[in-house]
Design a protein around this ligand. Structure first.
Ligand SMILES: [Fe+2]
Ligand SMILES: [Fe+2]
Length: 286
């Protein structure tokens, strides 16, 4: 029996797409709202280095996996994350048009990632599983709750949905590698505490840096609107809280949240929207 737990009907395979968001990133692309735009941009700023680290952490264990299905999924995972990293690099580059000090923001996060790469392989992989859990839960919410992206410009919506689809598809790959090669459940959960702290810390700091350039860092109205967006209504983080916390369960597994139907519905919807030769639904090419 395969040690991969990606369920039937889900294929982990990169889609070779690229998005030109240069013009949209010159604007407050999320409904002309400074906080919402800054929040999503703050996430994007962590992706290129973060995702490169996920790839490296899984690669450290790749040779120990004999199972053909999981091996193929590792290839798909690396391909997907490499393309996310590439797209978010150009995204972040384009943000410079709004005079944000992207260099300083990158440097701050890079210092943290440098520290992470000095950890043992098992801790790095545990950290990757934890961070992948955050991306999987947020991805599920982006697909499930259209209000998250309400007001966003069309290409930005498309970019975030593409990323969310692929995060969902590969959500158990690093976890399965960890389970097979490390298997320490206590370490997985302890490291998740650090991942949680750092995820919120850097998302918050990045949001503040971006808002500062917008001249909105001390705007009570901006923050009240932002707090409402995250914790009130629609409360995008509040609604995810139980799923974030599920990771602490001893018997946790990413596919306990079985969102295959949501994934299939989204792909069908995108096929309809973007017409036939869909970039979203494709056969594995690896
Ligand atoms: Fe990704
Ligand atoms: Fe991922």
């Amino acid at each position: 029996m395969s040690i991969s737990s990606t369920p039937q009907g889900v294929s982990v395979s990169p889609r070779h797409v690229s998005f030109d968001v240069t013009e949209e990133l010159k604007t407050l692309w999320h409904g002309n709202d400074a906080f919402r735009t800054a929040f999503f941009n703050a996430l994007s700023l962590q992706f290129p280095d973060g995702e490169q680290h996920f790839i490296d952490a899984v690669r450290l264990y790749r040779d120990r996996i004999d199972d053909p299905k999981l091996s193929q999924e590792i290839r798909g995972f690396i391909g997907q994350e490499a393309l996310h990293s590439r797209e978010h690099k150009s995204y972040n580059e384009a943000l410079k048009a709004r005079s944000y000090d992207i260099h300083a923001i990158d440097e701050r996060f890079r210092r943290h990632m440098k520290w992470v790469t000095r950890l043992s392989p098992s801790r790095r992989l545990a950290g990757t599983c934890g961070a992948e859990h955050y991306t999987a839960v947020l991805a599920n919410a982006i697909l499930r709750y259209p209000e998250w992206m309400e007001g966003a410009t069309p290409t930005m919506k498309k970019l975030w949905r593409w990323h969310a689809i692929e995060e969902t598809e590969h959500k158990s790959v690093a976890f399965d590698v960890y389970r097979e090669c490390v298997g320490d459940d206590r370490l997985r959960r302890v490291v998740f505490l650090f991942v949680t702290y750092n995820f919120f810390k850097y998302t918050f700091l990045n949001t503040c840096s971006l808002l500062k350039t917008e001249g909105k860092l001390w705007s009570l109205r901006t923050w009240l609107g932002g707090i409402n967006f995250l914790w009130g209504k629609p409360g995008i983080l509040r609604s995810c809280l139980p799923e974030f916390l599920a990771y602490f369960r001893k018997d946790f597994h990413p596919w306990q949240q079985d969102n295959r139907a949501l994934l299939a519905d989204t792909l069908a919807e995108l096929d309809r929207d973007y017409n036939a030769t869909s970039i979203f639904r494709q056969e594995p090419d690896i």
